[in-house]
Design a protein around this ligand. Structure first.
Ligand code: FAD
Length: 427
């Protein structure tokens, strides 16, 4: 069994950027080589800017190369919760951003003829409890009426048309969700950014940042050389660290974990997920799953509130394997070929937070829904550094500092884990 991402294991990097010379001066320095950073670099370079992308590890090393490969519709919070918090008009606007984000991925794939196993096979939310399905009925009604979203409900009696499992009490299917091979996609974005004129610098961690004057110009110190940038865009997600203290205190990194089986026979795959939907369920300790392009079952979840490191990944992976057998007894004898974990960047309100703070542009806090949104926000950030910040509809959302939190997530993980576990039990 391999203890690293299936997606990175089955994709070829667009190049080796570990020895590229860091330029002395650029228009835009992008910090982080995930979808936010890569998409920013691509779109800013296409807009004529000189761009250097600085990545502490390698391209796609963070959450972008470790996720479920699901570009799904909808916010990290429920649509009805969004209406309660922000009112109908803003909730609809926020929801539609995710549709636009999937459209952007589709456009990038089609325009550049990328071979990244992209497919609009739809997504489904599965009800863990009967009460959750009652809630889905109201959500589906609101989504159809207010957004025009073509969602469909599937009741328990018909659930086998969507999933080969009897543990769920119904589903809400949205045909606009998509799946893709995120290893191939991240590497393809890097190749496109290079073609557009950007430079990429792997193993170049930004260790210090100093503002020059009162605008957006900054001097950056990296482990591979220093540079001056006319603008800085931060796309470091759950891996945001010290030089960016203000942002770090607003990101709670939480581990999410995944196991992947050996390739399964076609008849088994057809039984498990006949329509190849991207799937997740309605628990706080969520399970999410899909079929990979080569017919494996990918099964992920929070498993427990923990960070990600090799021993946590194994412990969490073992919990998830048991959960997978419970949902899909058909794969009880299937070998597990991959097990890994990564960090999602949660905020207090589970909303995206993006804007400019003391001259540094940032886009963070995708709260586990960043495959589509990080790719999209890269374009929005490229617009922002070109003096067009209007496309960033998240900029006026307050993102308060998490009380008592200085970037040491353990205590918050314990308290949060207990709270969400109780909610799952009694909701
Ligand atoms: C296990 C898992 C499953 C998930 N599943 C899904 C899913 O199915 N669908 C979905 O929509 N979302 C999912 N997500 C969330 C999604 O993957 C992320 O929201 C998204 O990839 C974030 O992209 P990013 O570019 O902002 O950050 P990342 O991809 O995390 O990249 C940040 C990068 O910044 C670099 N970095 C940090 N600090 C510095 C520094 N000082 N200098 C230089 N570089 C630095 C890091 O090395 C890292 O490579 C999942 C996440 C995880 C972990």
């Amino acid at each position: 069994m391999k203890m690293h991402s299936y997606w990175l294991d089955t994709a070829t990097p667009s190049g080796d950027y570990t020895r590229t010379e860091v330029p002395k001066e650029v228009d835009v320095a992008v910090v982080g080589g995930g979808f936010t950073g890569l998409s920013t670099a691509l779109h800013a370079a296409r807009a004529g800017k000189s761009v250097a992308l600085l990545e502490a590890n390698t391209v796609n090393w963070g959450a972008s190369g470790r996720n479920g490969g699901m570009a799904t519709t909808g916010l990290a919070i429920g649509f009805r919760d969004a209406i309660k918090r922000y009112g109908e008009e803003r909730a609809v606007g926020y929801f539609r951003e995710y549709n636009k984000a999937i459209d952007l991925i589709e456009d990038i794939v089609e325009e550049n003829e990328l071979d990244v196993d992209y497919e609009r096979s739809g997504k489904m939310n599965l009800a863990w409890k009967p009460s959750h399905f009652e809630g889905m009925k109201q959500t589906a009604e609101a989504l159809k009426r207010l957004v025009g979203q073509p969602v469909e409900l599937v009741n328990r009696a018909n659930i086998r048309s969507e999933i080969g499992s009897d543990v769920y009490h119904g589903a809400m299917v949205d045909p606009l969700g998509a799946g893709l091979h995120v290893g191939k996609f991240g590497h393809a974005l890097a190749g496109l950014a290079i073609d557009a004129g950007a430079t990429i610098h792997e193993k170049a961690e930004v260790v210090d940042v100093e503002r020059v004057g009162s605008g957006t110009v900054h001097d950056l110190k990296t482990t591979r050389g220093n540079l001056r940038a006319g603008a800085v865009v931060l796309g470091t997600s759950g891996y945001t660290g010290k030089p960016f203290g203000w942002q770090q205190r607003r990101v709670i990194p939480v581990g999410s974990f995944i196991v992947v089986t050996e390739p399964l026979p076609r008849n088994v795959v057809d039984e498990l997920l006949p329509n190849r939907r991207m799937a997740s369920d309605s628990k706080n300790f969520i399970y999410y799953f899909r079929i990979t392009p080569d017919n494996r079952l990918l099964f992920g979840g929070r498993a427990r509130f923990a960070l990600s490191d090799p021993s946590q990944d194994k412990e969490s992976g073992d919990i998830l394997t048991k959960a997978m057998h419970r949902v899909f007894p058909q794969v009880r004898d299937a070998r597990i070929d991959y097990m890994w974990g990564g960090l999602v960047d949660i905020s207090m309100d589970q909303m995206v937070h993006a804007g400019e703070r003391k001259g540094i542009h940032y886009s963070l806090n995708y709260s586990g829904h960043g495959v589509q949104m990080a790719s999209y926000m890269g374009k929005v950030m490229a617009d922002a550094v070109s003096g067009k910040p209007e496309a960033n509809i998240w900029s006026d959302l307050k993102n308060p500092w998490i009380p008592g939190y200085f970037g040491q997530p353990w205590l918050h993980l314990r308290v949060g884990g207990a709270y969400f576990g109780l909610q799952d039990k009694f909701s």
